[in-house]
Ligand binder design. Sequence first.
Ligand SMILES: *Cc1c(COP(=O)(O)O)cnc(C)c1O
Length: 454
Amino acid sequence: MNADPNNPADLATRDLRRVWHPCTQMKDHESLPPIPIRRGSGVWLEDFDGKRYLDAISSWWVNLFGHANPRIAAALADQAATLEHVIFAGFTHEPAVRLAERLTTIVPRGLTRCFFADNGSAAVEVALKMSFHYWRNRGDSRKTRFIALANGYHGETLGALAVGDVDLYKALYRPLLMDVITAPSPDCYRREPGESWEAHSLRKFELMERLLEQHAGEVAAVIVEPLVQCAGGMRMYHPVYLARLREACDRHRVHLIADEIAVGFGRTGTMFACEQAAVTPDFLCLSKGLTGGFLPLSVVMTNDEVYDAFYDEYTALRAFLHSHSYTANPLACRVALATLDIFAEENTIAVNRVKAAHLGRRARELEAHPHVAEVRQCGMIVAVELARIKATREAYPWQERRGRRVHRHALGRGVLLRPIGDVVYFMPPYVVDEAQMDLIVDTAAEGIELATCD
Ligand SMILES: *Cc1c(COP(=O)(O)O)cnc(C)c1O
């Protein structure tokens, strides 16, 4: 009776009675209940006791310029008082048009068309359907399959799950999923001793080339996460792989889908990861950072060639009839525009280079630890991979949940880290400063020590 919403314990109890959380075994909450957060500001989240947590993972990689960023919040409030939403079939609005115009000027050259959706998985579904449908419209109905990378992740809806390859999320649902062709990952964690990232990624590309040779006639597209397989444990590879892949896709008449949902908007050190290989994909999927972490929105960008294949008399039945109720929501588009304004005015990409250098330098101090197998970095993403045996990189049994111990320790110290298995990683909002980066790394170091001492 008389539940007190300002009592944090009470909020957690009420939550556990009625709410089902994502990516969670709810029984885990018996020992570690969900933490009610009252407010956010900059890199900080604050609970009801006034305890603060440094959000070192940008709340699942969405936040770019801090929580409750005043500038983005003001744009949102203004838009909410003007036009909150309008059906996007048969109608349009200024935030969507301006956002589409802006996006086409900052992405790799040639991506001239924006198709909006409302989350990352939906964007992946759109790209897969569009690619398949393009070949249909061009009179090729044999292209019905996709090539994806081992250890990739593209979301949780059935199509996105099918092109992903993280067993934890996928294995159980296999009977429901379309059959995809899986190419070995260029991930450099498993390179031979002494082998360079470039040599390793090139060697892995040979296997992709062979799959393309064998299957090009039945393949619509290859889908990849450029440079970093984030949900797959922040595994990284060399840009040469993307350059070769672009060239091979062209040669074999297969689309290239770049899923930059996680790595886009500066995470890898350039605005988009594809820039580092100087390639333009046929489809570019964006979400997460698109709205600076404020609202769900996604977009699939493509080129004139694809767009033109759908452009015809209605009765030709070539139109792309996919839709979502909240397609191009004006609030989300306006917030995305405010986010892009900050990039432009604050020279974020250049400023981040200095921050990334500091974060990487501090994190590499952990390389000496007897259970740290690797510290790797790609721009503003830094990962520390733990192993039972450092020399052979033999992993800990997953049941030991070592990463979770790091998570618990860090929470106690006021830092939000959420390791993926035994990969402790940092992907902070760009407003992070040096002292805060030091706190993140020092806390992770303590947590790693505690998690590996037995
Ligand atoms: C998070 C993610 C998705 C899915 O986005 P949601 O908005 O969570 O559906 C797809 N691809 C990649 C690479 C992601 O990191």
